[in-house]
Design a protein around this ligand. Sequence first.
Ligand code: HEC
Length: 266
Amino acid sequence: MDSRLNRSDPTWRKLSRSSLPLIAIGGARGVDHKPAIRLTMLLVCLLLAVPPTLSQDSPSAGCAAEELLRQQQTVAEFLPLDFAADHAQAIANLYRLGALYQSMALYCDYQPNAVEVNALLERALEYVSLDELIAAQSVGRDIDAIMTELDEVYGDPLAGQQLYNGAQPALGGVMLGCSGCHENVASAPLTAGTWTRADETRLSLPQFADYDVRRYLVESIVQPSAYLAPDYDDIMPDFYAGQLTTQQLADLVAYLESQDQLLDDV
Ligand code: HEC
């Protein structure tokens, strides 16, 4: 795989605008990078994860340099990056640190400029390919693992709606366009009423005895062929597990959970 990406490639531009925390690159190849490089990777994560449209209040006193340094040292202490001792744990900690630093940046009104983002992205791609980066960020297909992760993530229905309608890109800059199928009842179950339909119709089936609505929706998205809604063909794309971060999946689910009108045709 070519780890270099041409700057004029549209994927580059979309990627550098999309929220792609690049935190995984430390572990993606099993390389124990030097601390300075790890720090860069954390920064990359932090920079790219800041949504460009976010509007924030003015920075608070908690954003003073000493206070930020103290906070960083505290979280870093609890999340050691000892790749030699426990590789998997170190990667997990790297992710968590990235997420925490990201929250701190958001709170402190930090917005990276395009030049910074591009420079860091370029540096990150020296270590790992774009495909690997995207794969490392995606939710995958393991429903139990996803449900555990979702417990810790707050889904934003508005962000979910934008992903669903193709107004905002998912991982790697792709537009999902779920609404393209789900607005026409002839091609797919309607978006409106999804929650009610899942709760009252799907979950009454014996194979979903252990499910709640959220689990049903998650499975429908990352493993669409696991269950086929009656009267529909198996046409829903099977690749979303590789195109969504946990946050994006949480957002989509939150949006679908808000679609709770009762419908006649279910
Ligand atoms: C090419 C058309 C198509 C696209 C694009 C598509 N879907 Fe679907 N979807 C379907 C069809 C057809 C079904 C019903 C058959 C089945 O259960 O797989 C379905 C089923 C579902 C269900 C279960 C609904 C129910 O009533 O049980 C959910 C939830 C869902 N899709 C969400 C999504 C999301 C979220 C996206 C975008 C990330 C998406 N779909 C993209 C065609 C599509």
